[in-house]
Design a protein around this ligand. Structure first.
Ligand code: ACO
Length: 311
């Protein structure tokens, strides 16, 4: 009965074992997995847009090849994560409809514009850097298909982070104009990158339950701190300044103190009013509608092949 099933589920969570799609799980757990994994998948797919914006204008063949490969990796991560999400009983069509209908979210960070080529480097360094901080612990998330997807995604993500850092390091060895371009880009992306980890812990409605279920392994503020501590020495090595006058090493805490992100801006962006929200969703909607004939043709073909086999 239900009580026994719940006891089994809780014991699995307690042991830090995986919950698999065929296992019994409380409806709230399933809903939370769908919400988080879908949001993650949508972020990978929408995340192709800001960088895709520069593919036709890359400064060299080498940079273009790197950027193309990176954006294709993101498509791969998205599809991989949609598959993980489908194991909990929703279809990719439903997920896409929910994204386009504004009923599911994607990461706030992709609602900011990419104004210069330095942004390609900054996204790799800071945005993918934040993604790694957030996702490495998710390799141990309690939902099996999600955790396994994270292992491969993290490997590719750390390559993305290095390519971003290398791009910026190259520009920093260039002209004064190039160095200024890097600094301007870092100034724009620093705070939005810190917002990627979500609201502060005392204003995060989902963290406690998600941690109790082992879906999340760390709180939002924990991971944000990790990101700051990881990035400060990298910024020094690059020779860029992080735009936070309150940023300093705290000997007692053995961690950096830092300022407060503009949480009003964050709330604005996640409720649809960021600088590029409308454009990002509209682009996704158009791609979905333009692809309808491919999905229909594939369905008809599959049905016919099935009928032929039965005949
Ligand atoms: N962008 C958009 N929405 C956000 C963000 C963000 N950066 N951070 C929090 N939210 C939303 C939450 O989804 C939640 O809204 P919902 O209930 O409608 O889903 C609300 O704000 C409150 O936040 P929390 O209670 O803290 O939500 P949660 O426990 O889900 O934590 C977090 C948010 C940390 C983003 C978590 O979902 C997570 O770790 N997700 C996996 C990582 C991910 O999605 N990465 C994608 C970007 S990285 C990349 O693709 C390169």
């Amino acid at each position: 009965d239900e009580q026994e099933l719940m006891a089994g589920f809780e014991a699995t969570i307690e042991r830090h074992d995986r919950i698999e799609p065929r296992d019994w799980m409380p409806e709230g757990y399933r809903r939370t997995v769908v919400r988080q994994v879908a949001q993650h998948a949508h972020s990978e797919i929408i995340g192709m847009q800001p960088e895709g914006n520069w593919i036709t204008r890359a400064p060299s063949l080498r940079r273009k090849a790197i950027l193309l490969a990176k954006v294709q990796d993101e498509a791969g991560h998205g599809l991989y994560l949609y598959s993980a999400c489908e194991t909990s009983g929703v279809s990719r069509d439903e997920l896409t409809e929910m994204l386009i209908g504004g009923r599911q979210k994607y990461s706030s960070i992709f609602n900011y514009p990419t104004l210069t080529y330095a942004d390609v480097g900054t996204i790799g360094w800071l945005v993918d850097g934040a993604a790694i901080c957030n996702q490495v612990p998710l390799c141990r998330t309690s939902y099996g298909p999600y955790g396994r997807a994270m292992i491969r995604v993290c490997k590719e993500e750390s390559f993305h982070q290095r390519q971003g850092y290398e791009l910026l390091a190259t520009m920093m060895r260039g002209t004064d104009e190039q160095r200024a371009m890097v600094q301007e880009s870092v100034d724009r992306f620093w705070w939005p990158a810190l917002m990627m980890f979500g609201p502060p812990d005392d204003d995060s409605p989902n963290t406690a339950q998600s941690m109790a279920w082992g879906i999340k392994r760390n709180t939002n503020d924990d991971l944000r701190q990790r990101m700051v501590d990881m990035t400060v020495p990298q910024a020094e090595a690059l020779g860029v300044t992080l735009p936070d006058p309150e940023l300093r090493w705290n000997e007692e805490r053995q961690a950096h103190d830092f300022g407060t992100p503009d949480w009003d801006e964050f709330k604005d962006v996640i409720s649809g009013n960021g600088p590029c929200n409308a454009q990002r969703l509209e682009h996704r909607r158009r791609a979905w509608e333009d692809g309808a004939w491919v999905r229909e043709a594939a369905t008809v073909f599959a049905r016919r092949t099935e009928a032929d086999r039965e005949a």
